[in-house]
Design a protein around this ligand. Sequence first.
Ligand SMILES: [Zn+2]
Length: 164
Amino acid sequence: MTVSLFERFRRNHAIEHAAMHQLGRLPQPLRLVARSDWDGFIMYGHVDTETLARATQAGLNALRSGQPGLAVHPRCGTNMAVHMLLAGAAYGIVSSASKRRRHGLLSMLTLPMIGAVAALGQPLSRAAQVHLFTSVDLEGARIVSIRRHMRNGMPIHRVYISHE
Ligand SMILES: [Zn+2]
């Protein structure tokens, strides 16, 4: 079975989020940032390789055993992207309206509009994560290897995942 690059990214992204949820349950809080691609994901921050390996496997197992909610993470970078798109759209509407009609009713709507964007942002970015940026179709997913190296005193882990 061939899995497209985007589909691999979506699956790896789900596994990355599930691993982050597992790491978030550790007694001592870790400050970690992760980024997914079609090869797996990269984890930036102080975590030992063994802990990361266990969290990633536990996350994958949990996603497979009926906890698809773990594929969504509140601190995901795609949330920010969705918020920025919405804010840009709202700004575009307000500024083109106020150009046409200065001091009109629409310019008074700027603040409520920004409020609406903030309110819409959360459910929309969650929906985008669920339907666009992650996939829990993880039938053949397998953690192949994890490599660690240091950059400017910061551990960086490269997690390789295969989908067959
Ligand atoms: Zn994410």
